[in-house]
Design a binder for this molecule. Structure first.
Ligand code: SF4
Length: 215
């Protein structure tokens, strides 16, 4: 597709037009072929520092039996999946739970790590060492340095872009700082205040125009 055509598409806000155009491009390339990758989900940890209100994955420490899967559990799960024909190990996990929960910090520390990403690297390496599965990592937002750090142990990585919105983070951080200052650390009031701000921010984020990706 030529640059001029791509730019014209980018300016087109008519969803039906875009769907039609996307279908034509897909059919030209792949016809009716549908591919899929048999994979096993490996929920390394259900803890997450974020609070996305639609999320059904993240749990609080009280609602889980263990903060992290052990490496042995990861390998066991991967081996059983491989025996069933899986080709990929999809590490699903919350984003940097150690920044929010002491439970996560303590669990990591007891295993000799300070961050979930460090532990993820070891767990992913264990899958490579013990199976033929290709690890795919989905640990939330990462810096370029962190992505490069995990690259040798992953076939691919995914990122939850909803937590990378600068507009959302800016307002959220403002609401937290503002809440601390005005309410003088009164825990209950502050919690209600932040929840209200967070709710409004998320609604605003979805209403304002911009690129949004949901995994
Ligand atoms: S960042 Fe992901 S895991 Fe964490 S709360 Fe949001 S959707 Fe759930």
């Amino acid at each position: 597709m030529k640059q001029k055509e791509l730019l014209a598409l980018a300016r087109n806000t008519n969803t039906s037009d875009l769907i039609r155009e996307a279908s034509v491009i897909r059919d030209k390339g792949y016809g009716s072929l549908v591919t899929y990758s048999p994979k096993v989900f490996i929920p390394l940890t259900h803890l997450c520092r974020d609070v996305c209100h639609y999320c059904t994955f993240a749990k609080t420490p009280k609602r889980i039996s263990s903060p992290y899967m052990s490496v042995e559990e990861v390998v066991d799960s991967a081996k059983r999946a491989e025996a069933l024909g899986c080709k990929e190990a999809l590490f699903t996990l919350g984003e940097r739970p150690e920044l929010r929960y002491s439970t996560a910090r303590k669990a990591l520390s007891s295993m000799g790590y300070t961050t979930t990403l460090e532990y993820l690297k070891v767990a992913s390496q264990a899958v490579i060492d013990n199976t033929e599965l290709l690890p795919h990592l989905n640990p939330g937002c990462m810096s370029l340095k962190e992505i490069l750090e995990l690259r040798p142990v992953s076939a691919s990585m995914g990122m939850m872009l909803e937590s990378s919105s600068k507009r959302f983070c800016m307002i959220r951080h403002f609401s937290v700082l503002f809440g601390f200052k005005i309410l003088n650390n009164h825990f209950l009031n502050m919690t209600i205040f932040i929840m209200a701000f967070s709710y409004i921010n998320q609604r605003l984020d979805s209403l304002l125009p911009g690129f949004t990706y949901t995994n």
